[in-house]
Design a protein around this ligand. Sequence first.
Ligand SMILES: [Zn+2]
Ligand SMILES: [Zn+2]
Length: 345
Amino acid sequence: MPLAAVLKGIENLALEDREIPSPGDNEILIRVKSCAICGTDIKVFHHGHKHIVFPRVTGHELSGVVEKIGRGISDYREGDRVAVAPAIPCGNCYYCRKGWQTMCDNLKAIGYHFDGGFAQYMIIPEIAVKNGCVNKIPGDMSFDHAALAEPLACVINGQQLSRVEIGDTVLIIGAGPIGCLHAELAKNIGAAKVILADVAQQRLDMASFTGATIINSKEKNLKEFIRDITDGKMADRVIVAVGTPEAQEQSLELVSKRGSVNFFGGLPKESPFARLNTNILHYGESFIIGTHGSTPLQNKIAIEMVASGKFSIDKYISKKIKLEDLHQGLKEAEERKVLKIIVNP
Ligand SMILES: [Zn+2]
Ligand SMILES: [Zn+2]
């Protein structure tokens, strides 16, 4: 029988044999080929999530093959290679109709409300199929690359909200996989200067492939550095790809007038506050925004961008593991000594 890694409770992950599920009307059964470990998988493992009722199979950065289609499915057939956008908009609420699907009032997500990709087989629910969450991938794209289109889609959402433009100086704080994707995307958009800052040298060493200017902000004064390279103007776009109040506080000192700061990483729910010098916004007419997930269309765009070869996707894949080693993989990802670990169930 096929395997599924089932989170049965907080820090209680078990490998289970499961019957291959059968797709209902308008559903699709997928044989999962790749599912990448994300920072939120680690969070959920330790703390659970308000939208998760145990037992639940997590994993939301995934690709696979259509194994079987339910009655009523006409746009997909068995054998299609696909990547799945995990955030499912309802399509009907005010925000969906406005086109702001990440803000959907009834947002559901694969790996949260529905079982995700840390399993050999999974069902894509009707609402996900109907709202464009299942994107076909090119025949020559590897499943591992397709799985990483999902974090790229979130990064695309972030930079659209940040309004990154040609010629900008873009500063990214946090050199994890998300920070690296931000650096590569900013370069692709045409940012003139891209700086990637972190306090962990090990992370910075892993990020050198992005071609960004790498700064260890523990060893170098970040504010002085940005001031020097911008003739005092500071960064047009600051993207905070870590979840600490200190980084959020500091980010306002690094942004130019009329520039944007993006709180891309969320703070822990038990301590969501930061002390901000709001006069910087007042006098500088700069603005702060956040970013949450990505739309099905942004996932489609991300697949096309990965296919274009403009991202060094191979460099993100530090390790590939089997489903049996997921527990160990979560631990390793938590130590932050790797970029991405991919599960090939
Ligand atoms: Zn993720
Ligand atoms: Zn909606």
